[in-house]
Design a protein around this ligand. Structure first.
Ligand code: GLN
Length: 391
């Protein structure tokens, strides 16, 4: 029992969202937009439900959605995917990640991960029997370096679980870093599982580069995407997996015994959404970029050191320049300083955020706090107003 609890801890998102409800706080912790999502997609989903799209769809996903995923990635990322053999729909990206781990590793296999890491990764790797090998990314640049990769990869590396754009840092890895990583995967024969759920949430004119577009990775990478993130409807839990047919055959074995399918009405609405005009995606990015800038400016005005965010719904602040000595003096707040800061912030100021130490397996960076900016101006302003006295 104890070992199960150690391997499967309570997610920080549940903890912080519960505290946010208890304190009636503005929740800038868990990453979700506070608007209802694009009206046309919601209408398509409602129509599909009324039109009877309610029984099990094909295990691999509806043909309409698989085709739409292949078309979308051809247009946006230059990928050439066969919708029949190289695309699979899952119930969210988390299912896709869990399935990939169950399908691709044997107990004792080494898995390379990058910390800070999205909090689901490590528990899933451990429960699948994988042996984690952690690469540390260091603020404020959070760069992938050859030295760090060389320490993590061994001849026993079977899988790499990568995330780009990266949650929680907001980093978008550049082509040099991707090439470096691809080189290590090719040399050790590791499969690269790439969580690219934030592919459309990137700023300042950037374009997403998928690992599947690197020629040496085409046969050994698994790309994971998420409609919830693309359309800002995180509760929909419609994910997609793209991989070469040989890998896909193995991945689909895990999917059939996990969720088997994903609600067909949502799949049809997502298929419609992926075909939207280019301008819609660009305008959505621009809106999120404005929200990022609004929160960043507000937090800087309050005295926080705001770290750059090139993508995702998140920006981080470094607490180091603030005087946090009162936190150290309070025994009730024992634990990492960023966690103590977040517990105080939610209880006293009524604003929830996420301590970045929660994304480390050991020796955490404990002076960085993550805020979600995928919110209306009114929500951002209310949070800033409440935080007026905090620094
Ligand atoms: N992906 C979301 C985030 O990073 C959280 C999802 C969840 O609550 N499990 O905030």
């Amino acid at each position: 029992m104890n070992s199960l609890f150690a391997a499967l801890p309570t997610t920080v998102f549940e903890t912080m969202s519960r505290l946010a409800r208890e304190h009636d706080a503005v929740n800038l912790g868990q990453g979700f937009p506070d608007d209802p999502g694009p009206r046309d997609l919601r209408e398509k989903a409602a129509e599909a439900v009324l039109n009877g799209w309610n029984q099990y769809p094909p295990m691999m996903g509806t043909p309409e959605l698989r085709r739409a995923v292949a078309d979308h990635y051809r247009e946006w990322q230059g990928l050439d995917l066969d919708p029949d053999t190289e695309v699979m729909v899952t119930s969210g990206a988390t299912e896709a990640i869990a399935g990939a781990l169950l399908a691709l590793i044997e107990p004792g296999d080494e898995v390379v991960l990058f910390q800070p890491l999205y909090d689901a990764y490590l528990p899933l790797v451990r429960r699948a029997g994988g042996v984690p090998r952690l690469v540390r990314l260091v603020p404020p640049l959070w760069r992938l370096t050859e030295e760090a990769l060389a320490q993590a990869f061994t001849p026993r590396t079977r899988l790499v679980l990568f995330n780009n754009p990266h949650n929680p840092t907001g980093r978008v890895f550049d082509e040099g870093e991707l090439a470096l990583l691809a080189g290590f995967c090719a040399r050790t024969g590791a499969v690269l599982v790439s969580d690219e759920v934030w592919e459309h949430v990137i700023f300042d004119g950037r374009e997403h580069c998928s690992v599947l577009s690197l020629p040496e990775m085409r046969g050994r990478a698994v790309k994971i995407g998420s409609a919830g993130k693309i359309f800002g409807m995180t509760g929909w839990k419609v994910g997609f997996v793209c991989a070469a047919p040989e890998l896909m055959r193995v991945l689909s074995r895990a999917h059939q015994f996990l969720t088997f399918t994903t609600p067909p009405a949502l799949q049809q609405a997502v298929a419609y959404g992926l075909g939207k005009e280019r301008d819609w995606f660009l305008a959505t990015r621009a809106g999120l970029q404005r929200s990022r800038d609004r929160l960043a400016e507000g937090l800087s005005r309050l005295g926080f050191a705001v770290l750059p965010s090139a993508g995702t719904y998140f920006l981080n602040v470094d607490l180091a320049p603030l005087d946090l000595s009162p936190l150290d003096a309070a025994p009730v707040d024992a634990g990492p300083r960023d966690e103590a800061f977040c517990r105080r912030l939610v209880a006293r100021e009524g604003v929830a955020a996420i301590p970045v130490s929660a994304f480390y397996a050991g020796q955490p960076v404990d002076s960085v706090v993550r805020f979600c900016f995928a919110k209306t101006d009114a929500t951002i302003d209310r949070a800033l107003e409440r935080m007026g006295g905090v620094s």
